[in-house]
Design a protein around this ligand. Structure first.
Ligand code: F6R
Length: 244
């Protein structure tokens, strides 16, 4: 595992974007697995900036989002689909033609999971996955207790996850109760993984994930077993990683 501790969220975003850019520059048809959330927003901004300056072309990548809410219209501004369009795809002069995000409202949920796995399989697998970590240690929407042997699957969101999103949805009652997520099995098969964590609120769970036992109770802890993991954090998130 490589650990990069950056001064602040801005530096974290630049470093994360550099890792993605390096992957795409060396392999323009890279398969990327991408997160949403607060943490990667700055990374997307930097990637857009690189494209605008003619330094990066993302049009040939094959992109897969890690997860999506269920029981939400696809064009709801809070869906992960809308997030990706807003923060990345519509900002690019040449977005990739090949982008797969599960529907937040599929007619056939199991069929949607199978279609995602099939599409991923056809690419030959993910070259680089960027992950965030939830306050309860989730990666994608793999909540504590999720077995490691799952591919794409339907998820019941943990209460901690729903609480974190309550303000965005105008109250807890409006936060979807379910999601759809790339499973740990699929995540662990990604060639390279970059894990991002920003802010003091992530310090304790990050320390548990990286230094504690590998357990399904802290889903991100499984990443300790991945052969190519780079963790990029800012100083506040790194607060519990050092011994006094
Ligand atoms: C979202 C995802 C989640 C987030 C995690 C952290 O696509 O995969 O696992 O990465 O909830 O979210 P933020 O960055 O908002 O703290």
């Amino acid at each position: 595992m490589k650990l990069l501790i950056e001064r602040n969220a801005q530096d974290l975003s630049s470093t994360a974007a550099r890792l993605v850019a390096r992957q795409v520059l060396t392999q323009p048809r890279s398969v990327l697995a991408l997160p949403t959330g607060d943490t990667p927003r700055g990374m997307y901004e930097v990637l857009v900036g690189l494209e605008q300056r003619g330094l990066l072309d993302l049009s040939h990548v094959r992109a897969f989002n890690l997860d999506e809410y269920l029981d939400l219209p696809e064009d709801d501004p809070r869906s992960f689909r809308s997030y990706m369009v807003r923060h990345l795809w519509e900002q690019l002069a040449a977005p990739p033609a090949d982008w797969f995000i599960p529907s937040s409202n599929p007619a056939d949920e199991q069929g949607e999971c199978a279609a995602y796995e099939e599409a991923l399989c056809r690419t030959g697998g993910v070259d680089l996955a960027v992950l965030g970590i939830g306050p309860n240690g989730h990666i994608g929407f793999n909540e504590p207790g999720t077995p490691w042997a799952l591919g794409m699957h339907v998820v019941t969101l943990a209460e901690a996850t729903r609480h974190k999103e309550a303000a965005r949805f105008g109250g807890l009652a409006n936060v979807p109760r379910r999601g759809i997520s790339m499973g740990i099995k699929t995540i662990m098969r990604c060639g390279r993984i970059v894990l991002l964590a920003s802010g003091e609120g992530k310090a304790e769970i990050l320390a548990r994930a990286l230094l504690g036992p590998v357990t399904t109770e802290v889903p991100a802890s499984v990443l300790q077993l991945h052969p190519w993991l780079t963790v990029v954090v800012d100083q506040p998130a790194a607060g519990a990683l050092t011994t006094p």
